[in-house]
Design a protein around this ligand. Structure first.
Ligand code: MG
Ligand code: ZN
Length: 381
């Protein structure tokens, strides 16, 4: 018995060896004699654009596609993955813990801005990029001190400490930020004038009140702070339209400022989430459509640039939003199971050099680790 088995095993390895040799010959026969083929190593991108649709789950993406004549800029993305969005203390995350996972690579408690479970500050990818001499920017359709953008630049135990979060913008060298919340900079309860402090630090500071964003000339020798609203910007459906313009201007500006090192830019479609909280499908879909349009513009830009990795994802799903049985492509019948976030896995779309790193299923903190790996930052940086 034992002998037989050994024999069969030997026969088997023979067959395997012959097959391997045959395959090997087949591969080599495609290469003409003398020709040397080196394995192609995908080059790393210089720039990273991280686009976050707050509250943008697959239901939101699907509704956006159907409401847009069955098409989306996301169809141009090269790789798709899924991340697990749960927080450090709860299964259902909020935007602060989720953005801190992307920005700093740690699972933390809901409400935490750039700090770990013990409220200790953790350096963000934006801060690391700055210390590597890369220009950086944040663009959002919420206030710029709201949880998602804040987690990239601020360290605070609690997301609603908006005035303290605004002050943290002065502790970094961020090159550009565009979003709402002017009142946290120049109409503060503590009376401080952060417009003045920013100007003293070399920023060109403008807002919705002083100058139209469309007429605003981004001077490349300066840093840019543009506040789009006193408090939260209005929804798209009520006339907000700056995200596309702000994003492309930011890309051109950061590209112009960057040298051999690239840049890091985070763009947030903030109000998809607010449509979900309001259980308002129309609100959610119009915000989704704007974000999709901006994704298309960013892909166009990255395609021309050739050295830019674009990542599109969400922090979590909001509303348990579903497209119901009675729906047609032209007329969606939708329902919500919640007025808060849900725990469903979240898609990650990627485009450009090293986009393949973002396929698979992984923790939300991996987005940070993959981005820092691509940029060549070490753990000690
Ligand atoms: Mg947000
Ligand atoms: Zn939310």
């Amino acid at each position: 018995m034992i002998k037989n088995l050994t024999l069969s095993a030997a026969k088997l390895s023979c067959i395997v060896l012959i097959t391997l040799l045959a395959c090997n010959r087949a591969i080599h026969s495609e290469v003409s004699p003398g020709q040397i083929t080196a394995p192609t190593i995908a080059k790393s991108p210089k720039n990273i654009v991280l686009m976050i649709g707050d509250g943008m789950g697959l239901g939101q993406i699907s509704a956006g596609i159907y409401a847009n004549g069955n098409k989306s800029a996301l169809e141009r993305m090269e790789y798709i993955g899924l991340h697990k969005p749960y927080a450090g203390d709860q299964l259902i995350t909020d935007s602060a813990a989720a953005a801190t996972a992307f920005a700093c690579g740690v699972k933390t408690y809901n409400g935490a801005i750039g700090v770990d479970m013990d409220t200790i500050a953790v350096p963000s990818i934006l801060e690391k990029a700055e210390s590597h001499g890369m220009p950086t920017g944040l663009v959002a359709t919420s206030t710029i001190v709201h949880a998602t953008p804040a987690s990239f630049i601020s360290h605070n135990a609690y997301r609603k400490n908006y005035e303290a979060i605004a002050e943290d913008f002065l502790d970094t060298d961020i090159d550009l930020f565009i979003g709402g919340g002017a009142k946290f900079f120049n109409q503060r309860e503590d009376g401080k004038d952060l417009y003045l402090a920013l100007r003293n630090k070399g920023y060109q500071v403008e807002d919705y009140f002083s100058k139209e964003l469309l007429e605003f000339d981004f001077m490349p020798h300066e840093k840019i702070a543009y506040l789009t609203a006193l408090d939260s910007p209005i929804p798209v459906a009520q006339g907000r339209e700056y995200l596309g313009h702000a994003s492309t201007k930011a890309l051109d500006f950061l590209k112009h400022k960057s040298t051999k090192k690239g840049f890091f830019l985070m763009i947030e479609g903030s109000q998809i989430d607010w449509g979900g909280h309001a259980n308002n499908a129309g609100y959610l879909i119009s915000e989704m459509q704007e974000f999709d349009q901006v994704i298309g513009q960013v892909i166009d830009w990255a395609n021309k640039d050739g050295e830019t990795l674009v990542i599109v994802t969400a922090d979590h799903e909001t509303g348990g939003f579903a497209i119901q049985k009675e729906s047609t492509m032209d007329s969606l019948v939708t329902a919500f199971t919640s007025d808060y976030h849900t725990g469903t896995l979240i898609p990650v779309f990627s485009y450009g050099p090293k986009a393949e790193l973002f396929k698979g299923i992984y923790e939300n903190t991996e987005i940070y680790h993959k981005m820092t790996e691509v940029l060549g930052f070490s753990v000690q940086d």
